[in-house]
Design a protein around this ligand. Sequence first.
Ligand code: SER
Length: 481
Amino acid sequence: MRTSEIAKRFVTYFEKQGHLVMPSASLISPNPTTLFTIAGMVPFIPYLLGEQTPPSRRMTSNQKCVRTLDIDEVGKTTRHGTFFQMLGNFSIGDYFKKEAIHYAWDLLTSPQDQGGYGFEKDKLWVTTYTDDEEARSLWKTEGMDPEHMQVLGMEDNFWTTGGPGPGGPCTEIYVDRGPEYGPDGGPIASESRYIEIWDLVFENFEVDNVKSKTNLHIVGELANKNIDTGMGLERVAYLLQGKQNIYETDEIFPVIEEAERLSGRKYGDDPEDDVRFRVVADHVRSALMIMGDGVRPSNEGRGYVLRRLIRRSIRAMKMLGVEQEVFPHLLPVSEAQMKLSYPELESSFAEVSETAFGEEAAFRRTLDQGSTILDVAISQAKKDASEKGQEQPVVSGKEAFTLHDTYGFPIELTTEIAREQGVGVDDRSFRELMAEQKQRARADALKKRHNVDLSVYDDAKKALAKPIEFTGYKEFSSRGT
Ligand code: SER
């Protein structure tokens, strides 16, 4: 089943249950606490909080999302993507636990020829929140094996956006991939065997001050008992398509194939190369989608996230032995897949491509300038470590700083390149040098300001140096007459 078909089935199912189909909102988050839309529920926050009236009390959507918190996991696990799509059904004070659990079970287990996903019932597992007996009994009524239900606490089964906003206890649904992927024992026992696909949140609380999952402050109950659910489209796709991970699904894999062609290497031949192939496929798609929503590379905020994604893709391709420009080849392949679901990509693609190609060319110049210096620093670090009998060679903070300051090499890049060769970077001393530089710049700016001010005073001083002729009597007397 193609990814787009899985998405279509979801929204069609919920439309039949009286839900209004909402279009995906932009990736640029309307929520000021996050840069990107990180979950399907983000556009619905004002409705969930009761601040705005929803167009319908039942809604469903397939929302574009970006999360880069786990960027280092991309390519290494089966399921981490920086761009992903979250399918969801939302009830704003309409139905609650009973219907949410029933719909989920029904859609997951109904046969494929009847519009469902056809998952085998005995492959499904759920976790529920500590004292949520109601959810457990509802799952049992649907037909879930009681042995396949596990109880988790605040850390795992109380959902929040990570900042102030709506939140609540949840029940998560998992698919068992089978004993070849990990030990028995349910989601608690193995993350790689039991894949979380869908989270049903019983979202009737407002939280603030979210320091950590176990240290959050519940402001109180919301006016409405809401339902917010999120299903990972790419995860369901890889399970239904019988693939090993999200990167091998129909929307993502063609980029890997293009990267194979460019590099002359084969996906599946070498575990380290495979991670690189997956990073490329993930990051090129994310960069495309982020640019499609109007973000352009820059040195801060969203633009910097985009810049990192583009640079990491180019670096991964370099590690695959590709020296030529890669975006002119990879970006159109990703666009051809993604425009099947997002036809609007087409209208901005010429401009998006031009931006990406320009960014690649600029980055290649940076790489050319800094790479030799970094190579020397890495060899030196290795030599020093072996002479001093140290286990971990480390590039000094001073060298990392020079690379940053003189060659425009961001610290993340230095760290990544060094790490690939088993070498660390003295991050602490780098940060100290950065702080010193900032202080120097601040002091310089202050001095410049003083200089300007002093020159103004100089003029005044000069004027004052002349003898002052007192004309008061004359002027006042003349004015007075
Ligand atoms: N808000 C929940 C999540 O993002 C369910 O949509 O997982």
